[in-house]
Design a protein around this ligand. Structure first.
Ligand SMILES: C[S@@+](CC[C@H](N)C(=O)[O-])C[C@H]1O[C@@H](n2cnc3c(N)ncnc32)[C@H](O)[C@@H]1O
Length: 251
């Protein structure tokens, strides 16, 4: 499912290119994230976009097509799975969908061996305004990846976590909620519901102070996708955006 993001560079890719790039992120989630990245630019939030688990670039290209001049896209992956050819495929896909080599850097490496400075080194330093974490889905890796991303974030930046509430990774949210309890300055702004088992739900995180920047804006922009009950998470309201919002019928 694709929804317009208002970004003239991104929308054609979502409609006609996204599914052609091998990957596991949903079109619905990419639409919401593409909208967020556009609104960040309109609000004057400047910074790089980064992704852990870039693979062949499906979601990475979508995020990077929202870049403004002076910003850079950074994609991190071990680039060995399912073969070494994955990095070539990433570059081919970026070229095919209009992302210039000067606009992005692919870092080949394991995030367990990286420092925050390593992540933004290809961009000459600076803050990240949008970070998608989609690497190894286990406790040490998600914890490491959150710790890698958080210090780099623009004060109004967004971190998106893939494969939340996924039946194949039932313990992953436990690690995320433990991290959130240890970092109360961060909260779950919204949950983007899954489309499919390989197009799973994402958590959208921001710092508590940045909630007001995004919350009403997203609830308005995606009104037809708002699950009316939302959810309570850590004692606060969290919006739930879903492709097909409805409540169970009670006669
Ligand atoms: C599910 S795929 C990502 C899909 C992609 N984000 C998309 O939109 O289609 C997960 C990727 O994370 C990478 N990965 C796993 N653990 C990693 C680590 N510790 N450091 C860097 N990359 C890692 C894998 O090589 C794999 O390509």
């Amino acid at each position: 499912m694709y929804l317009p993001t208002g970004n003239a560079r991104l929308d054609p890719y979502l409609q006609d290119g996204y599914e052609k790039v091998l990957g596991m992120s949903s079109g619905f989630a990419a639409s919401v994230c593409g909208y967020i990245i556009r609104r960040q630019s309109e609000m004057g939030i400047v910074g790089h976009v980064a992704e852990i688990g870039t693979f062949e670039g499906r979601f990475f290209i979508a995020a990077a097509l929202g870049l403004q001049p002076g910003e850079h896209a950074i994609g991190i992956d071990v680039f060995t799975w399912p073969s070494e050819a994955v990095l070539d495929h990433l570059h081919e896909n970026c070229a095919r969908h209009g992302l210039k080599r000067s606009e992005y850097t692919a870092i080949k490496g394991n995030t367990a061996d990286m420092t925050p400075a390593d992540v933004v080194a290809p961009a000459g330093g600076g803050k990240v305004r949008f970070f998608h974490i989609d690497g190894q889905h286990d406790d040490p890796n998600i914890t490491n990846d959150l710790n890698l991303a958080a210090p780099l974030m623009h004060e109004s930046g967004i971190i998106v976590l893939d494969d939340m509430l996924h039946p194949g990774y039932p313990e992953l949210v436990e690690s995320v909620h433990r991290w959130l309890r240890a970092h109360p300055e961060w909260r779950v702004l919204g949950i983007i519901d899954r489309e499919d088992i390989v197009a799973a739900a994402k958590y959208v995180l921001c710092r508590v102070e940045a909630t007001a920047l995004y919350e009403m804006d997203l609830l308005k922009a995606f009104a037809p996708q708002v699950y009316p009950l939302g959810c309570q998470l850590a004692g606060h309201f969290t919006m739930v955006l879903t492709p097909n919002p409805r409540l169970a019928k009670v006669d």
